[in-house]
Design a protein. Structure first.
Length: 224
C-alpha cells in the first residue's frame, strides 16, 4: 500500500501593523488580536488530525501562529529559516496601491523586471527553499501529517512550482489568504495533488481581503 503524507503549509494570521508598512523580515511584528483568534481557529480545525511535525518561519507572526497548533496537536515547534518571508528592497516603506510610492523616481530602478522580480528575492530561489522545506517536513512526518507556517508569497510560489505554473502573477489574485492552508498531498515520495482551504476565512471581513502590499507585493492586513 502506498504511503500517504500531507504537508499543510499555513499562512500566519493577521498582523498588528497600524502604520501600514511593508514589514517583510523586520522583527517586532506580532499577531493582532484577530490574528490570535485565527491561529486558534486553525488549531481547532487540525486538532484531531494526525499531525506529527510542526515547523515555522523564524518571524514572530509565524511562531505565534504555530503556538496554538503545538498545544492542540502535542508537537513541538521547529524553526525553519527556509520558511521565512521573501526579501524586498521596499521593506519598511508604505507601498500600497494608490499611496504614490510607484511614482517616486527612486523606486523605478527596482521595478524594471517583474519576471525576476528585480525588487526582491528571485522567485526561483523562493521556490527552491520552500520545496526543500516541504520535502523535509514530508520526510519527518512520513505516513502522517505535517504543518509548516510561512508567508503569502513563499507559499504561493511553492504552489505555482508544484503545479508547474509560471511564477509571473498578479499579487492581488493569489489564493492564499490569512491563516489559510495550502495542503500538499504525497503518495510515497511523489506529489499527488494540492488542496486549499480557509479554516479561519469567516473571521476576515470582506473589506480586508484586499489591503496594502507586503513583501513581494503580497496583500497584508494591518488592523489592530
Amino acid at each position: 500500500m502506498t504511503e500517504r503524507t500531507v504537508v499543510h503549509v499555513l499562512r500566519h494570521g493577521e498582523v498588528f501593523n497600524p502604520e501600514g508598512i511593508l514589514y517583510g523580515r523586520r522583527p517586532g511584528y506580532h499577531l493582532s488580536r484577530l490574528g490570535v483568534k485565527m491561529a486558534q481557529r486553525v488549531a481547532e480545525h487540525l486538532r484531531d488530525r494526525d499531525v506529527t511535525y510542526l515547523a515555522a518561519s523564524p518571524l514572530e507572526r509565524a511562531q505565534e501562529t504555530a503556538i496554538p497548533l503545538s498545544a492542540a496537536c502535542g508537537v513541538t515547534i521547529e524553526t525553519d529559516d527556509r520558511l521565512i518571508e521573501s526579501e524586498n528592497v521596499f521593506e519598511g516603506q508604505a507601498f500600497g496601491v494608490g499611496d504614490g510610492a510607484l511614482r517616486k523616481p527612486s523606486a523605478w530602478v527596482h521595478l524594471w523586471n517583474p519576471l525576476r522580480p528585480s525588487w526582491g528575492e528571485p522567485y526561483a530561489a523562493v521556490a527552491a527553499r520552500m520545496r526543500a522545506a516541504i520535502q523535509d517536513a514530508r520526510d519527518a512526518a512520513r505516513g502522517h501529517e505535517a504543518v509548516v507556517v510561512s508567508h503569502q508569497l513563499p507559499i504561493w510560489i511553492a504552489r505555482l512550482s508544484a503545479e508547474g505554473r509560471s511564477f509571473i502573477h498578479d499579487p492581488r489574485r493569489r489564493q492564499c489568504t490569512l491563516a489559510s492552508l495550502t495542503s500538499f498531498h504525497f503518495e510515497g515520495a511523489g506529489l499527488s495533488h494540492v488542496e486549499y482551504s480557509e479554516p479561519a476565512g469567516d473571521l476576515i471581513p470582506p473589506r480586508d481581503r484586499r489591503a496594502p502590499f507586503s513583501a513581494g507585493g503580497a496583500p497584508e492586513e494591518h488592523r489592530p
